[in-house]
Structure formats: C-alpha cells, structure tokens
Write a protein that binds this ligand. Structure first.
Ligand SMILES: CC(C)(COP(=O)(O)OP(=O)(O)OC[C@H]1O[C@@H](n2cnc3c(N)ncnc32)[C@H](O)[C@@H]1OP(=O)(O)O)[C@@H](O)C(=O)NCCC(=O)NCCS
Length: 137
C-alpha cells in the first residue's frame, strides 16, 4: 500500500465542492498548545459558513441542530487562508443539510490548495418564536 493510501489522502478530491462562502486568515490567537490551528476554531468557521448558506436558502433565520461526518484531514497553520465551501445536499420541511469543506492556501502566494476538513451540518429554519418553520420551496 502506498503512503497516500495508508493515510487516506488518495480519497481526497483536489477540487472544492460547493460555493466559496467565507475566507478568513488563521491567526496566532487561534492555535492550540502545540502551535497548530485549534480544531474548534475550524469547526466554528465552518458553522458560520453553513449558517450563511442555510439562511440564504431559508430566506431567514436558521440555527444549527446537528453536525456529522466530520473529518480532519490535515493541520491548518498560522497565516493560512481558510475558505469554507458550502453545498446544500438536502432540504426537508424545516431542515437543511449542508456539506461543508474547509480548504487552505498559502496566504502570500495562494498556492498549495488543500482540503483540510469536511463535514455535514444541519440547520433548522426558525420563526420569531424560535420554532421550526417551513423552508420556502
Ligand atoms: C432547532 C430547534 C428549534 C428544533 O426544534 P425541535 O422541536 O427539535 O424540532 P423538530 O423535532 O420538529 O425538528 C426540526 C427538524 O430538525 C430535524 N432534526 C432534528 N434533530 C436533528 C439532528 N440531530 N440532526 C439533523 N436533523 C435533525 C428534524 O428531522 C426536522 O426536520 P424536518 O422539519 O426537515 O423534517 C431546537 O432543537 C433548538 O432550538 N435547538 C437549539 C439550536 C441552537 O441553539 N443551536 C446552536 C446555535 S445556532
């Protein structure tokens, strides 16, 4: 088995899936004690991107109800440009499931595009009383 096959990298696509929804710079304040970017920060950026995409699709307020199939493929480093791509994969009565991928590139040269994280986030459209409301057709 090749090194790539052993670490699963051969299964990672080289093209982002979905629309680029947000791009941010990973800052020193976002690191874990080992110096890499904290996984919780990456999750937070993905949730922000998914919330934007869900609110657009639902034409209003949405909340996150679940996160699944999260995978951290590669570390993120200080100074990386982190872009979150969103793709609505299903819409229920009030829920919207969104595949979210986080990709990094070098801050200065915008080279070395790499998928670092992906997951499926589910949002629920809510009304002014915080109750689920139907997603518009
Ligand atoms: C979102 C919330 C209003 C839903 O209320 P609820 O009474 O549980 O609503 P329902 O049981 O009718 O479920 C609503 C939808 O979510 C779906 N759902 C419920 N639990 C789910 C889960 N764990 N994963 C994915 N979808 C889920 C249901 O299938 C339903 O989808 P549908 O309407 O498309 O068929 C409520 O759970 C809530 O306020 N949660 C807290 C949200 C929050 O604070 N998020 C963090 C900050 S954004």
């Amino acid at each position: 088995m090749s090194d790539d096959a052993q670490d699963g990298q051969n299964e990672i696509s080289d093209t982002p899936q979905g629309d680029r929804t947000i791009t941010v710079v990973a800052m020193p304040a976002d690191t874990n004690p080992a110096g890499d970017i904290f996984g919780g920060w990456i999750l937070s950026q993905m949730d922000i991107a998914g919330g934007v995409a869900a609110s657009r699709r639902a034409e209003g307020r949405c909340v996150t109800i679940g996160v699944k199939e999260m995978e951290f493929h590669k570390p993120v480093h200080v100074g990386d440009l982190v872009s979150c791509y969103t793709d609505v994969i299903s819409v229920g009565r009030s829920s919207i499931a969104i595949k979210i991928e986080a990709w990094t590139t070098n801050h200065y040269h915008q080279t070395g595009l790499a998928k670092v994280t992906e997951g499926v986030f589910t949002y629920v459209a809510i009304d002014e009383n915080r109750k689920p409301r139907p997603v518009p057709k």
